[in-house]
Design a binder for this molecule. Structure first.
Ligand code: ADP
Length: 401
């Protein structure tokens, strides 16, 4: 008897403990969201790993229930997961994306439109243009509370589109000015001055100057386009920088003599040979020397002077590596500091009235990039200018050369 009571008691206790455990487990999975179940945890890890594998910036937002106020608030807590690509480059602007009115609106419509594409832009901290792809986890049944957001950064593409647009507008403007003036002269020659031989000669000379300006401009445009196109081509010529400078000086000799320029060429290295594109380097030196010749003082106020120094440098605070430097200095008017950073931009001129094309230094920059070199400009108003061309010497290649 006592044994049967004991057995009944034992079975009741067993069933009660079982029910209590089941109840406890149920409570945990349904009410306590802070402690996810094992399968939920596995699922979260799976989503996060999958998101991290994406090479483009993306993040997942978590909805907080239909009537939850924070559902539409752009707060940090809404981020369920941010992948590495987004953490690395876009961390500081993720909240700005959430706060953008277009994004805010998209979130409000997410029920009706679970897949959306938006274009949004910012100007601060810099110009950003994004296409944002939003998709609610519809097919992923257990997690309809999650929303995937992918950032497609179009900023660079927009920037290049702007450069291209500006370039076409500038080139058209530069060609239009001489063409308009030619048109005016032709109309005068055909009309009021048709029989005036003296005016004919005078106008034809001006027209020739305008035509020469257009030829210079188209030559520079072609040179710029070639320099850009060839920027990644391998360098094959063994060029002696000393001989190169001598060649440019002999080609510019007449100009130098006509302007009575006192020229000093100091070569401090014995055999400065590098792998290069000979014709491109000739162009670089011509562009810089022509500028110096154009800007040195004319007349008797002070003697016009240009100095060219060719020397070797080691890596230090001033030079990025071991290499050769050709420094061309003049005692012209100099350039104000605030222009220096923009001189290599296409069509940039310090004075609009000056009749150069504004393309010369831009061509120089592209050619120097191909030679893995650099252009340094030092100048100040009243103190003249110095344009230094730095050519790195790569030790293993130097031996081949
Ligand atoms: P450009 O063909 O008009 O000379 P560049 O690109 O060669 O164009 O030069 C850009 C601008 O830099 C020039 O318009 C000129 O104002 C300035 N500049 C270039 N070299 C010198 C120099 N040696 N002295 C003073 N200003 C210079």
């Amino acid at each position: 008897m006592a044994l049967s009571f004991f057995l009944i008691g034992f079975f009741c206790a067993f069933i009660l403990i079982g029910l209590f455990k089941k109840f406890q487990k149920k409570n945990l999975t349904t009410n306590d969201k802070a402690t996810p179940s094992l399968s939920e945890e596995r699922e979260n890890t799976h989503i996060k790993q999958w998101l991290d594998m994406l090479p483009i910036p993306a993040f997942v937002l978590q909805e907080r229930g239909k009537n939850h106020l924070s559902n539409f608030l752009p707060t940090q807590e809404r981020f369920y997961c941010i992948n590495q690509a987004a953490q690395m480059n876009y961390k500081d602007i993720l909240l700005d994306i959430l706060r953008h009115p277009a994004f805010f609106e998209a979130m409000q419509n997410i029920e009706k439109e679970p897949v959306q594409n938006l274009d949004i832009s910012f100007v601060i901290p810099k110009n950003y243009y994004f296409t944002i792809y939003i998709e609610r986890f519809r097919k992923y049944q257990p997690r309809p509370d999650l929303i995937l957001v992918v950032i497609i950064d179009q900023s660079q593409e927009k920037y290049f589109q702007k450069i291209y647009r500006d370039f076409v507008a500038n080139a058209s403007h530069e060609l239009r000015t001489p063409l308009t003036s030619l048109d005016g002269f032709i109309q005068t020659l055909l009309g009021p001055a048709a029989n005036d031989a003296k005016v004919h000669k005078q106008f034809l000379e001006i027209m020739q100057t305008q035509v020469q300006r257009m030829i210079r401009l188209t030559d520079d445009l072609l040179a710029l386009s070639r320099a850009e196109k060839n920027e990644t081509l391998a360098l094959k010529d063994k060029v002696s920088l000393r001989e190169l400078v001598c060649q440019v000086l002999s080609e510019q000799q007449i100009k130098l003599q006509t302007k009575h320029i006192d020229l000093d060429f100091q070569c401090e290295v014995e055999n400065p040979v590098i792998l290069a594109d000979h014709d491109q380097l000739l162009q670089v030196l011509h562009n810089i020397l022509e500028n110096a010749v154009r800007y040195v003082p004319l007349g008797n106020e002070k003697p016009a002077r240009i100095t060219i120094k060719l020397f070797q440098v080691g890596k230090n605070a001033r030079w990025p590596n071991m290499g050769y430097v050709i420094a061309i200095s003049d005692n012209g008017p100099g350039i104000a500091k605030h222009h220096l950073g923009r001189l290599t931009e296409r069509f940039y001129r310090v004075e609009e009235s000056h009749n150069g094309t504004g393309l010369g230094l831009s061509i120089v920059k592209h050619i120097m990039t191909r030679h893995k070199g650099q252009l340094y400009i030092e100048s100040d108003v009243g103190k003249g200018s110095c344009f230094s061309l730095f050519f790195p010497i790569e030790m293993e290649k130097a031996e081949e050369v």
